[in-house]
Design a protein around this ligand. Sequence first.
Ligand SMILES: N=CN[C@@H](CCC(=O)O)C(=O)O
Ligand SMILES: [Zn+2]
Length: 435
Amino acid sequence: MSKAIFIRNASQLVTLEGSSHAPLVKEAMSELRMIENGSVWIEDGIIQAVGTDEELLAEYGGRLGEAEVVDATGKLVTPGLVDPHTHLVHAGSRENEFNMRLQGATYMEIMNAGGGIHATTSATKAASHEQLYQESYARLDQFLLHGVTTVEAKSGYGMEWETELKQLEVAKQLNENHVVDVVSTFMGAHAIPKEFKENPDEYVRLLVEEMIPKVAELGLAEFNDVFCEHGVFTPEQSRIILEAGKRHGLIPKIHADEIVAYEGAELAAEVGAISADHLLKASEKGLAAMAEKGVVGVLLPGTAYFLMAESANGRKMIDTGVPVALSTDCNPGSSPTVSLPFIMNLGCLKMGMTPAEVITAATINAAHAINRGSEIGSLEVGKKGDVTIFNVNNYMKLQYSYGVNHVDTVVKNGVVVVKGGQLCEELSFSKNESA
Ligand SMILES: N=CN[C@@H](CCC(=O)O)C(=O)O
Ligand SMILES: [Zn+2]
């Protein structure tokens, strides 16, 4: 059992209280439910009280000696950030492709020539379980240093059973051993493997009849994702794959309308996906359907930035009523970053979102995109003690002052794991010890 934590006197404490049941939409995305001079009492890993410092002192003043006090005077306190779309578990990097793209090659040209996702697939296949674990563990440390306490992680750099299994097992082990929570998605449908180029439907059959049932049976993923894109999986193939996942209890997610308009947003609404991600080219009809069905739009402005493409229109999506979340899309090809705060800055500057909206998008709405809205994403009684403290005194400054890591302290499951912007070395980062 961990010591109580008393975070005191934040200049702004963003609670986002009251939105655990459904993601926030439209104007409600700007309602941060902020408390000035705010404090939080966490015990046994769970938030016990949230209010002004005066209110909490009245309730817990007699127990001050029992708690580790974190002075947040002059600081911004938010729920631990949530990243709902990453390709965390992979081996290697692709700076050579970065160079090729700077000289005019496109992402799809590189992939169709056997690079891109295929290059990372080869590196991931060749890596041992231990290598993959260590590389991904180091990335999780970096996520934590940037204020992120929960990360979704997709497989998809195998596209054959053995390597998909290795990626999912690494993700499971990371979730067990690292303080950051890792939520798994099966993405065997990340590309058409080279061996199936002439007969992609045969690979779809393999996914539907063999891989998806095995993943579900082993309990290795909660979600099933597909790259629905011209030249990758067609909407019809995507529908077949997502429906198969549903039959096995895997919740659909979809990489939709990233490079060309392909009715991915419409498909997400039709199959009842929890989120549709990318959406750079999504149609108005598709976005309206997503808004109606409450499908979260996970926007990845870091990918557009890195691929030198025009960002998705976050402003229009919010005004249409789509619940919007933000993510790094951390992957070695189109977004090699772990900085969710930088992505939030891009949300403002490239997608017309406000500083308040991007906080909602990286906390409670991101939590809903991975079915965790009732556990994380807001600071309220009964939720996990996941808190990020920034060295700025107001939420607007977090986006205004960009390119700097403002994270001062991170509390995960009620334990201080980052202090003064550094990982706490005394912690072994084992969940069993921190919870
Ligand atoms: N678009 C497809 N998948 C990833 C990129 C993966 C890669 O290039 O390795 C994405 O979400 O951007
Ligand atoms: Zn992705």
